[in-house]
Design a protein around this ligand. Structure first.
Ligand SMILES: [Zn+2]
Length: 188
């Protein structure tokens, strides 16, 4: 199985967002380990950029375009799009992401300061873990693969449940995390 992350980036931002793409590549490796550990699934991973050009309002880039891209690339691959626009519909309250069979997307927020790893971990990595968690639980035929993820997410956002923190080597840490992920202890 292949998990393919696609960093959707505006042409004019290619240079200034190089560091973020480096983080995306490391994050992809992190999720490979995380998925194996939490859901006992083996994935190969791949990372790419998808460069977008200014479009007219009639050809607006949205979730439909990404779903079509996913079909064209091949639906047997789990494609995960990190985008500069919000999903047009979602059942994920409190998180700008969308999931469907072998398909994920999340709004990727740009840090104000380059190399702000904590920002990337808090704003982006967590949302990616949320969407991947839905998909892994769905594949495992876990019945409440939507509701239970949202219950935990609410705990994270409103009840001070800490995200799980991981370091550079993808090991749990209490100090300066590089990656943050949803707490999966209630699912596994
Ligand atoms: Zn959700």
């Amino acid at each position: 199985m292949l998990l393919h992350f696609i960093f959707v980036i505006k042409e004019e931002e290619l240079d200034e967002r190089k560091e973020e793409f480096e983080y995306v590549k490391q994050m992809a490796k992190f999720f490979q380990t995380w998925i194996k550990e939490k859901f006992s699934k083996d994935f190969e991973i791949k990372c790419d950029e998808m460069i977008t050009h200014p479009r007219s309002i009639l050809q607006k880039l949205d979730t439909h375009v990404l779903l079509r891209d996913h079909r064209e690339r091949g639906q047997e691959t789990y494609h995960f799009y990190l985008t500069h626009f919000r999903p047009i519909w979602t059942d994920c309250a409190g998180c700008e992401g969308f999931h469907s069979e072998n398909f994920g997307m999340a709004l990727w927020q740009k840090p104000k300061i380059k190399n702000d790893t904590l920002f990337l971990a808090e704003k982006n990595c967590t949302v990616v873990s949320h969407e991947i968690c839905h998909e892994m639980l769905r594949v495992k035929k876990y019945k409440r693969y939507i509701e239970d993820v949202h219950d935990v997410w609410t705990q994270h956002l409103f009840n001070n449940l800490p995200f799980e923190q991981f370091d550079n080597s993808f090991l749990k840490t209490d100090d300066k995390p590089k990656f943050l992920a949803i707490d999966t202890s209630s699912f596994t």
